[in-house]
Design a binder for this molecule. Structure first.
Ligand code: 2HG
Ligand code: ZN
Length: 466
């Protein structure tokens, strides 16, 4: 099918304004926000309804045209960036952004894939509830992308990954059929839980068009605090004490190196209220019941007395809370301004974080002299962003292999929350055992036999052995 015929056919489905072909406008779809991944889309198409998504997918499936689903373009693994063939069609969900329904008693929200996370959070708050998915990119990330990548964020410790929020899902399959399972049930054991196949599949099996999300009661009493800790080991002792003393109220337990906060001070002019330290921990806890602040103060007195923390501050106002979070949420931007950095979004069993950091720091310093480690992350979940700032000519693949080998040795994962996208395909295939990879390929072939759904992401299909 010629470009002109394809564009005309797409316009019939989604309307004149729903197809982007202008090279300047296509740039948004060709490049990820960090400008690390670049491709060339044939065009971008923006359907307004699930029926339109299905019609676009059917047209492309007929013509064997590959589709790259696209949310808020906030990913860090290139999952929404087309290849450079100029043949792939980017399908953006941006015009499907309705919040269809909020059920206050059942604590659920039915929402379309293109809704921005923050909009969905605000709607839940207005209804007297909360949507407990929280991440730095929440002002731009869209629900479909969040679910397709099973995004993590800062309160996974308490509320789980995005997957755990999903009660029901509506998808368009690779063949262009609409499968709707928009049930708002907490209990639904009727056969295979097929929605899990699409959550975290990064658009390689079909397109998520809407979801029913499980909301949570608002935890109105909130305490946010920053602690200086001497070592990652001490940070874990604080974590253990926090889990023991304030238990399920702990939303977030974020570890940040002193070096990470120096980057933030340099590039974002945001400074920590505490004296310099090798490590810091940002803690947030919340509860429906009063008395939390006293419990957190008692906890802090304890860890300061034991020497597990050396200094600390508890936010006194919402403004101060926001200032403490700004430190944490500015790290990614600050790192991007510092120069070339290679990201390692790794997880290890929590107890092994100190050993991993120790081994990785030594190995990286030895193999890549002059590189600088920017380590921070969701220590309460065992997830460390072990990013390395290095010279433009340094061998990034060798660095990735070195870090990932150490992760695997500690029983960890080479992607905790950012997904595989196009960035980690070869590393996943190197680090995961063959039976796991074969199982994944079998699912891919069953659901997308023509291989038109986001090809080249998550896995390659060249090994046809199984
Ligand atoms: C975060 O935790 C994000 O802030 C981004 O997952 C991490 O920049 C990164 O590596
Ligand atoms: Zn993160």
């Amino acid at each position: 099918m010629s470009d002109t015929l394809l564009i005309d056919a797409l316009r019939v489905i989604v309307g004149e304004r729903g197809v982007v072909t202008d090279p300047h406008d296509l740039e948004n779809y060709n490049v990820d926000w960090r400008h690390v991944f670049k491709g060339q889309a044939r065009c971008a198409v923006l359907p307004r309804s699930t029926q339109e998504v299905a019609a676009v997918v059917r047209l492309c499936a007929d013509q064997r045209i590959a589709i790259v689903p696209y949310g808020g373009n906030t990913g860090l693994s290139g999952g929404a960036t087309p290849d450079d063939s100029g043949r792939q069609v980017v399908l953006s969900l941006a015009r499907m952004n309705a919040i269809r329904d909020i059920d206050v008693l059942g604590e659920t929200m039915e929402v379309e894939a293109g809704c921005i996370l923050q909009t969905a959070q605000d709607a839940a708050t207005q209804a007297g509830l909360m949507l407990p998915i929280s991440l730095a990119a929440e002002g731009s990330a869209r629900i479909g992308g969040i679910l397709s990548t099973n995004a993590g964020g800062t309160n996974v410790l308490r509320y789980g990954m995005s997957r755990t929020r999903v009660l029901g899902l509506e998808v368009v399959t690779a063949q262009g059929e609409i499968v709707s399972g928009l049930r708002r049930l907490r209990k639904d054991n009727a056969g295979y839980d097929w929605k899990q196949w699409f959550i975290g599949a990064e658009g390689t099996l079909g397109i998520i068009t809407a979801a029913v999300l499980q909301l949570a009661p608002q935890a109105r009493h909130r305490v946010t605090a920053l602690l200086a800790v001497p070592t990652p080991d001490a940070a874990l002792k604080v974590l253990r004490a926090a889990r023991h003393h304030i238990g399920e109220t702990l939303n977030a337990f974020e570890l940040m190196s002193g070096a990470a906060l120096e980057l933030v001070a340099r590039h974002q002019a945001v400074k920590t209220p505490l004296a310099s330290s090798d490590w810091f921990v940002l803690v947030e806890a919340s509860s429906c019941l009063p008395g939390l602040r006293d419990a957190v103060e008692a906890l802090f007195a304890l860890v300061l007395e034991e020497g597990e923390a050396t200094d600390g501050v508890i936010a006194e106002s919402e403004r101060q809370e926001a200032e403490l979070w700004l430190l944490r949420e500015s790290i990614t931007e600050a790192e991007a301004r510092e120069g070339r950095s290679l990201k390692h979004d790794v997880s290890v069993p929590i107890a092994r974080i100190p050993a991993f950091l120790h081994e990785a720091d030594a190995a990286v310093a030895q193999a890549f002299p002059g590189s600088r480690v920017n380590a921070f992350g969701h220590a309460g979940d065992g997830n460390i962003h072990y990013n390395v700032i290095m010279r433009a000519d340094a061998d990034g693949h060798a660095l990735n292999r070195l870090v990932h080998d150490l992760v695997v040795r500690q029983g960890g994962s080479i992607s905790a929350e950012h997904g595989i996208g196009q960035y980690r395909v070869s590393e996943l295939e190197r680090c995961r055992a063959a039976p796991e990879l074969q199982l994944a390929r079998r699912i891919k072939r069953a659901l997308d036999p023509a291989g038109t759904m986001n090809p080249g992401k998550v896995m390659t299909l060249t090994q046809q052995a199984d």
